[in-house]
Design a protein around this ligand. Structure first.
Ligand SMILES: NC(=O)c1ccc[n+]([C@@H]2O[C@H](COP(=O)([O-])OP(=O)(O)OC[C@H]3O[C@@H](n4cnc5c(N)ncnc54)[C@H](O)[C@@H]3O)[C@@H](O)[C@H]2O)c1
Length: 309
């Protein structure tokens, strides 16, 4: 059975472990924090698998999949004998550089080496290792055990063969890879997400509406479409003559909204504090774990609906 390593077993690393184990890989998990794998990550992986089982989204018994998860005592021990290594340590260039030096020294020469970085261009921390052609960014959406999209982004050294093999591995593991044509900070998902959040902060900060209203615009409005048809398909479906008709009719307005958007909006600490207290009234901070569990159930219910319709 092929072996995969997950280096860093926090929020994202432990969810990756579920992705690989349910795809049939033996998974070695390593974290620098003592006890993080055995006391936190592995129990959390079991809870995720139980939830996936409840929604009919895994094919094997939870115990069968759990038996493929193995704590490792070092990066070298985890990476040895693998076909693929997924790094998910904290978002810090020096830490990632150091971790990749260790991974590259221990992993087989033909293993794919991938980073979960949310925004850092891989060329900033993957060029110093021996054979950097085998390394790339594979950026998940949190948590990858429940959300299939992954963004693959080559560095200036990554070989097309590595990108193609990573894409196939991800597809075969039930993920939905997209491949960026060139590097850009934040990749695609976070650039779209943070641009929208920045304009939302502007609208709330300047008193046009409440934070609750913004959330409703997404959850009871735009996102109901976007869960099935993305913005380009929405445009294509919303006009008699498809996308061309949409742009002919609404193009000038779209352009003007883009020009008026304040993605550079400079939030003050007072505005952030107001937003936080509005959020904490809706979801008290100590109830966030319960609300996360609720969110995860809704994500899986949506996935099941998409699979079945
Ligand atoms: N949380 C998200 O929403 C999200 C989504 C996509 C990508 N990411 C990216 O995934 C990576 C991990 O994020 P996270 O949210 O899981 O962070 P996290 O803080 O939950 O987990 C990071 C883990 O890495 C461990 N670690 C730190 N240094 C290490 C080292 N030298 N060797 C081994 N382990 C080490 C820490 O002990 C910790 O358990 C980051 O690059 C982040 O940007 C996060």
């Amino acid at each position: 059975m092929s072996r995969v390593a997950c280096i860093g077993a926090g929020t994202v690393g432990r969810a990756w472990a579920v992705v690989f184990a349910r795809a049939g890989y033996e998974v070695a998990l390593y974290d620098a924090l003592p006890g993080e794998v055995t006391e936190q990550a592995i129990p959390a992986a079991r809870r995720s698998l139980e939830l996936l089982a409840e929604f009919g989204l895994i094919d094997e018994p939870v115990d069968t999949i759990m038996a493929r998860l193995h704590p490792a005592t070092s990066i070298a021990a985890a990476a040895a004998g693998t076909v693929y290594v997924q790094e998910s340590v904290r978002e810090d260039l020096d830490t990632k550089r150091a971790v990749f030096s260790e991974i590259a020294a221990a992993a087989p020469a033909d293993a794919i080496l991938a980073s979960s970085t949310s925004a850092l261009p891989g060329s900033d921390f993957l060029g110093h290792i021996p054979s950097p052609d085998r390394a790339l960014v594979v950026h998940p959406v949190n948590p990858p055990a429940f959300i299939p999209l992954v963004e693959l982004c080559a560095t200036r050294w990554t070989s097309p063969k590595t990108v193609a093999a990573a894409r196939t591995l991800m597809s075969d593991a039930g993920m939905r890879p997209i491949v960026l044509n060139k590097e850009i900070e934040g990749f695609i998902l976070n650039r779209l997400q943070f641009t929208l959040v920045a304009e939302a902060m502007h609208l709330v900060g300047e008193g046009y509406c409440s934070a609750e209203d913004i959330d409703a615009v997404l959850t009871d409005g735009l996102a109901l479409r976007w869960a099935s048809a993305g913005p380009f398909e929405v445009a294509h479906l919303n006009a008699v003559n498809g996308l061309q008709g949409f742009v002919d009719r609404l193009g000038p307005m779209m352009k003007r909204m883009g020009e008026l958007a304040r993605t550079d909006y400079d939030w003050t600490p007072a505005q952030v504090a107001d937003l936080h207290s509005a959020m904490a009234k809706r979801v008290p901070v100590d109830s966030i774990p319960d609300r996360q569990a609720w969110r995860d159930r809704r994500i899986l219910a949506t996935r099941r609906m998409k699979r079945d319709t």
